[in-house]
Design a binder for this molecule. Structure first.
Ligand SMILES: C[S@@+](CC[C@H](N)C(=O)[O-])C[C@H]1O[C@@H](n2cnc3c(N)ncnc32)[C@H](O)[C@@H]1O
Length: 246
């Protein structure tokens, strides 16, 4: 259940890096950071939902000044406890509406986190908020999954996304309202812990409209960070929108 830190409070933050270990693999992180370094140029980067610094820390080590917006104090405490983490400024708040000082050459929202905003209005507000923080020509990068609706037989609402000896995950769809609740069950010290997180899934074309409303133009869309083509089989997309010159 959410607390004042949202769905990433103390119990989740304490185990986040361990339970997402595969996402911290340099093979995953390095191409993300390489692209963001390129887009940042001589400017700064803004990470929405900075978490424990999985991307922000290696990006800062590459010489890009990074600022974060984050709801969870518990996640930020983990970031600030890491080497170099204390140098990364974070503003606590909702990234759909929270403003920070300065402008940025790149803003990014990775690991499906756009879907943590559970209404269309909040997702639209997020694009507008980002656009207000970008320099002309600056870029907004989103990495998010393409929901597996094609695998959902008529009448079914639940699909398993992870089944192992110690972890089980099920996505529960509410297609009428683009709702998706991810149910996580994990065996921890002999006890099963449950966490259910609500999302709003959103297709690339709807994101493009949100971008347009915010004055951003689609620049690139790939099926992954290696700049693979985005196709009907892609399980996720990496999209870059550019702020039009004023
Ligand atoms: C899946 S984690 C990703 C963290 C980090 N970006 C990464 O790639 O490891 C999502 C993060 O976004 C934060 N978050 C979710 N919704 C948010 C919101 N509306 N405003 C600010 N932060 C939010 C969560 O607290 C969490 O730290």
């Amino acid at each position: 259940m959410p607390d004042e830190d949202g769905y990433f409070g103390e119990p989740v933050a304490a185990r986040y890096d361990e339970s997402s270990a595969e996402m911290f693999d340099p093979a995953v992180v390095d191409p993300i950071v390489a692209l963001l370094v390129e887009l940042a140029g001589d400017g700064s980067a803004l990470e929405l939902g900075i978490g424990t610094g999985r991307i922000a820390l290696p990006l800062a080590r590459r010489g890009v000044p990074v600022h974060g917006i984050e709801l969870s104090n518990a996640m930020v405490a983990r970031l600030h406890a890491k080497p170099g983490g204390g140098d990364i400024g974070v503003t606590i708040g909702d990234f759909a509406t929270t403003t920070v000082d300065g402008t940025f050459s790149v803003a990014y929202l990775v690991f499906n986190t756009i879907m943590n905003l559970t209404t269309q209005a909040a997702q639209v507000a997020c694009f507008k908020n980002v656009a207000a923080h970008l320099e002309p020509g600056g870029c907004f990068v989103i990495e998010t999954a393409v929901t597996e609706l094609q695998r959902l037989p008529p009448g079914e609402t639940v699909r398993a996304f992870h089944v192992s000896e110690t972890k089980w995950g099920f996505d529960e769809y509410d297609v009428a309202r683009q709702g998706l609740t991810s149910h996580h069950f994990e065996l921890v010290d002999g006890r099963v812990e449950r966490q259910s997180i609500p999302f709003r899934y959103v297709r690339p074309a709807e994101l493009d409209l949100m971008a347009e409303l915010a004055g951003l133009n689609l620049r690139d869309r790939w099926g992954g960070w290696q700049r693979e083509p985005f196709t009907s089989e892609s399980e996720k997309h990496v999209s870059i929108w550019e702020k039009l010159d004023a």
